[in-house]
Unconditional design. Structure first.
Length: 433
């Protein structure tokens, strides 16, 4: 007789998604946060978090609970597989990126699944939170689990899917405050998975009828946002040619009650710029070539090139010599007031500008300079040199710190100021996206 009950949990991946989830679940269950990065494990064990997503008081509290209750509830971090061998529930929050051909890169997911398969036991649950295309969990992950464990799906072990909805840097719409979509491989599993998440989600849960429905819901929520942004980005390209300000047009149109108030911008990050390709991949597998989804992606992928080209044109119009000119980019992360640099489009603006043989400095008070160099081979400035003459300044990210900058000084020097975020006073800039 199968006892469909979650008793102890290992969360695989302790990044932006896995850590907040581990902290909340550790208030009710014994939770081991597993990460292959040993430095990350040391950091978390000391109650620190470089992602700035965790509530550090909560992190320290669940670390203490693990000791005080003899791990009946609470949290510990580990990079040792033996520390998660005896739990009965595994939640995978590993990244699911795209490759250079913009196809799903499932290698991190496959590796994590294979690792879990080797220690899987009868009665265990495996719950996926990583973003995938509809059908991936049952078509790709389950066979790996069966092969590695020699167990039979839905008889010996069970699977759930609950897509992550973390919004990095958002301290209002946090894990607890966003409705959680849940699902399971049979009704009892679906009920138990939903019960577990309901313990920690203040906003409540939505139990999907199947794993595929839950997977698809994640794909379309980000594809929808991507398409809406691509529409206003295309408007920005059109209005630039007409010679009118996009923000002013959107403000005028936004006076109607049912107008959707999206803004143009650079679309990076771990979800919006990636997930539509997962949905498109599945569609193409089934013989359908999606038109709308991919056209939106093409527009958004073009925006870094447009921004760089526009700045060069504005510099030429002001009489600046482009070769050996100095350009300052303010911001490198994919969004404001957040250290997350995944799929940032600022790197592409930089790559475009240096092709003109300009000298390009990037300053971002939020981004980790070592991580940026490791991933992008770019050196961020420690500070902005106020004595240096810049021929162009690009506001790429709307960090609060940039509100204190003396843009009036740059304007008086004849610097081209381009605002991709409609962030500063219209009178101080030459153009904005």
């Amino acid at each position: 007789m199968i006892n469909y009950k979650i008793k102890s949990i290992a969360i695989i991946g302790q990044g932006y998604v896995g850590l907040p989830l581990a902290i909340e679940l550790a208030k009710f269950y014994p939770v081991t946060g597993f990460d292959i990065n040993e430095n990350r494990v040391v950091e978390l064990s000391k109650g620190n978090d470089y992602t700035l997503e965790a509530n550090l008081e909560d992190l320290k509290s669940v670390l203490d609970s693990q000791i005080k209750t003899n791990f009946k509830i609470g949290y510990k971090a580990s990079s040792t597989i033996e520390d998660i061998r005896n739990v009965n529930t595994y939640i995978l929050t590993v990244p699911t990126p795209i490759d250079e051909f913009k196809s799903p890169d499932l290698e991190p997911l496959r590796k994590a699944t294979k690792m879990i398969g080797k220690i899987l036991k009868k009665g265990d649950f495996v719950i996926y939170e990583s973003t995938v295309y509809p059908g991936c969990t049952e078509e790709v992950c389950v066979p790996i689990l069966e092969n590695e464990s020699s167990l039979i799906f839905n008889r010996d072990f069970f699977v759930g899917y609950s897509p992550e909805r973390i919004n990095p840097g958002d301290k209002v719409n946090t894990l607890k405050n966003i409705v959680k979509v849940t699902s399971g491989s049979n009704q009892q599993v679906a009920d138990e998975v939903d019960f577990m998440y309901n313990k920690i989600i203040t906003a409540g849960t939505h139990k999907a009828s199947s794993i595929k429905v839950a997977e698809a819901s994640k794909s379309i929520e980000n594809a929808q946002r991507d398409l809406n942004i691509s529409f206003v980005n295309e408007l920005a390209l059109i209005f630039d040619r007409i010679g009118i300000d996009t923000t002013e047009v959107l403000e005028a149109a936004g006076t109607k009650f049912n107008f959707l108030k999206y803004k143009p911008g650079l679309v990076g990050g771990h979800c919006i710029s990636v997930d539509p390709y997962y949905l498109a991949h599945k569609a193409e597998q089934l013989g359908y070539h999606p038109q709308v989804i991919l056209s939106g992606r093409r527009v958004n992928d073009f925006m870094p090139s447009f921004v760089a080209g526009k700045v060069i044109k504005l510099m030429i119009a002001k009489g600046h010599v482009i070769k050996n000119s100095n350009i300052l980019i303010l911001g490198f992360t994919f969004k404001e007031n957040c250290p997350d640099t995944r799929n940032t489009k600022v790197a592409e603006i930089y790559s475009e500008l240096i092709q003109y043989e300009s000298n390009v400095d990037i300053y971002d008070p939020w981004a980790n300079k070592q991580d940026v160099f490791s991933e992008f081979k770019l050196n961020l400035q420690n500070h902005v040199d106020n004595q240096k003459i810049y021929h162009a300044v690009i506001i790429a990210v709307a960090h609060d710190e940039f509100k204190q900058f003396d843009f009036k000084k740059y304007k008086e020097q004849g610097t081209v100021i381009y605002d991709t975020k409609s962030f500063i006073d219209r009178g101080l800039i030459d153009a904005r996206l």
